[in-house]
Design a protein around this ligand. Structure first.
Ligand code: MN
Length: 228
């Protein structure tokens, strides 16, 4: 039942994405999958996925995660994805739902800070620890009503907590490659017969993001001055 929306949106004869065979809930203390997929679709975004009760809870983060605890990143909750999706990297063909290039940007495991995950989701605040290759430490997703009013698309904010893994490092710019294959979006698009130019727009220096080392946004300068 949980994957109905996921399956309804996709034509599995046309997309290489997994249909999702199982929604088996892990018993005991088995570690839970965490992944972020960088997705160059209509707009570049980062899909944060956390395994829970046999599926991957999913949020689309347009600007990607920030290691700076002062930065709140909008995270739109999307349909649950099958567990098998955590291994997907490749090209979703033109004309299909989410058409574009998907990169496994980060992966590892996660742990909720409170065992009552369903209660936390209901309450609109879930604190968790990530054990990824690029993202680690404590994070929070906070439900917000501040963005838009579309009831089908639930808005959350993704925020890094202050800990040893918090920093001013621009992680999406400095670590742009696939954690699985070391490829950039353009490489994945090329290998998968996708739109290479469009893929390159999401790589550093592409139209999707500023060039690494370019002038920081005014807000950020102001904050740094304050910090001094
Ligand atoms: Mn996506």
């Amino acid at each position: 039942m949980k994957l109905n929306e996921y399956r309804k949106k996709r034509n599995f004869a046309a997309t290489p994405e997994p249909q999702g065979a199982t929604t088996t809930e892990k018993k005991g203390n088995k570690s839970l999958i965490y992944t972020i997929q960088k997705h160059m679709a209509t707009h570049l975004h980062y899909d944060l996925r956390l395994e829970w009760r046999g599926v991957l809870l999913s949020w689309a983060v347009p600007k990607g995660p920030s290691l700076d605890p002062e930065v709140k990143r909008l995270a739109m909750q999307t349909e649950d994805h099958p567990i098998e999706y955590a291994d997907f990297e490749g090209v979703i063909p033109a004309g299909q739902y989410g058409a574009g290039t998907v990169m496994l940007w980060d992966r590892g495991t996660w742990q909720p800070e409170s065992p009552d995950v369903d209660g936390s989701l209901q309450a609109g605040e879930i604190k968790f620890t990530l054990y990824g290759k690029k993202l680690q430490g404590s994070w929070v997703l906070v439900h917000t009503r501040g963005f838009g009013s579309n009831p089908g698309r639930s808005a959350w904010l993704l925020i890094k907590h202050r800990d040893q893994y918090a920093s001013m490092k621009d992680v999406t710019q400095e670590e742009p490659r696939s954690v699985a294959s070391q490829r950039l979006l353009a490489d994945i698009a090329r290998d998968g017969g996708g739109d290479v130019e469009r893929g390159a727009e999401g790589d550093p220096g592409g139209a999707g993001r500023p060039i690494a080392g370019a002038k920081p946004a005014p807000r950020r300068i102001a904050r740094r001055r304050r910090a001094l």
